[in-house]
Design a protein around this ligand. Structure first.
Ligand code: SAM
Ligand code: SF4
Length: 337
């Protein structure tokens, strides 16, 4: 097979999953993700859609089997549907088993049909609250109605939707059961995410926002029976099933639980920097190799292998001493959440 696992890191982990941020821009300004006045990158810094295709195709040739597109908000990148159309050739050939998307849902009404047509079957939609006023406060610029309408459109188009909810103390801790039951009624799985120390938001404010998923899980267990699911996706989530609703719930706990041992992924930023780990600063500039060698992918592939050979064992986030250690200076929207 042309794309048997080929990218093996120093800890013998096969790298088969690539997350790609296609833009740092967004139509929302979620409080835990961006400041209100963001300075975005000049357009020329971004990989063009053709460069993105070239790079993703190089990764696929080296054994990447799953790609998740993220951002910023991926669906605000102009022409992005053309990129998905191009990638569908790798789905058709069987070299890529899945391409998925993490989105805030605002543009799904417009694009869900095209996404399905070009081979996408699942999307993750980020939604932290079902209350319109609170939604407006958390996202600053977002409108709940538009996102709910996008979710309807996605389901109508045949996409399976999973909801991602960032657990934020003082913001959505009173809606836990409402959100679980709303998702269950719509046959959607749900993943909780602990707030991570990304970006440059004020440290004390961040510590105040932290709602441990251990507490979320304990609260769920006070009402439901949770059974363990032995589902290792190589990612940071642990999964349980809620017996009463049949739903799968995921817990992404970078702070209270270290998830690095089975990590199978790397991340590509919208500027073509490859991060081998979300929580480490080490990065490889693939854009330069790409632009220096417009007609030859061999140097790009050599650089991919070099990058993977430097993948660290794990990250260093730690809140346990009431100060944030391992905090990253870059925003989540740059690396891609
Ligand atoms: N705009 C898209 C969205 O919101 O789904 C994709 C990009 S967003 C950066 C990806 C995910 O990261 C979202 O689920 C978002 O809630 C989450 N996220 C952003 N900032 C975060 C933070 N500081 N801690 C934990 N999750 C965060
Ligand atoms: Fe935009 Fe997603 Fe960040 Fe919210 S979490 S500001 S929707 S990139």
């Amino acid at each position: 097979m042309s794309n048997a696992p080929n990218l093996i890191d120093p800890f013998q982990r096969a790298i088969t999953y690539l997350r790609v941020s296609v833009t740092d821009r967004c139509d929302f300004r979620c409080v835990y993700c961006m400041s209100e006045n963001m300075n975005f990158l000049p357009k020329k810094e971004l990989l063009t859609l053709e460069e993105l295709d070239r790079l993703c195709s190089a990764f696929i040739s080296q054994g990447i089997r799953k790609i998740r597109i993220t951002g910023g908000e991926p669906l605000v990148r102009r022409g992005i549907i053309g990129f998905f159309e191009g990638m569908s050739r790798h789905l058709d050939s069987g070299d890529l088993s899945e391409i998925t998307l993490t989105t805030n849902g605002s543009q799904l009404r417009k694009f869900a049909g095209d996404l399905y047509r070009f081979g996408m079957r699942r999307v993750n939609v980020s939604l932290d609250t079902l209350k319109a006023d609170k939604f407006a406060r958390i996202t600053r610029w977002g409108r709940l109605k538009q996102v709910l309408d996008g979710i309807d459109a996605a389901q109508d188009a045949g996409l399976r939707v999973k909801i991602n909810m960032v657990a934020v103390k003082g913001a959505n801790d009173d809606e836990l059961f409402d959100i679980v039951e709303w998702c269950a009624a719509r046959d959607m799985d749900l993943t909780f995410i602990e707030v991570m120390p990304m970006g440059d938001l004020d440290t004390m404010e961040r510590l105040g926002q932290f709602w441990s998923l251990k507490d979320v899980e304990a609260e769920l267990a006070s009402r439901y029976t949770l059974s363990d699911l032995d589902l290792n996706t190589g990612g940071p989530a642990r999964y349980k099933r809620i017996e009463q609703t049949g739903q799968k719930v995921g817990f992404i706990t970078p702070l209270s639980h270290n998830f690095c041992e089975a990590c199978n992924r790397v991340r590509l930023t919208c500027t073509g920097q490859l991060f081998q780990c979300l929580g480490q600063e080490g990065e490889f500039d693939l854009r330069k190799v790409l632009r220096d060698n417009p007609d030859d992918d061999t140097p790009v592939i050599t650089k991919l292998h070099e990058a993977i050979s430097h993948k660290p064992k794990g990250h260093d986030f730690d809140y346990s001493r009431q100060a944030i250690e391992g905090q990253m200076s870059r925003h989540m929207s740059h690396t891609g959440g």
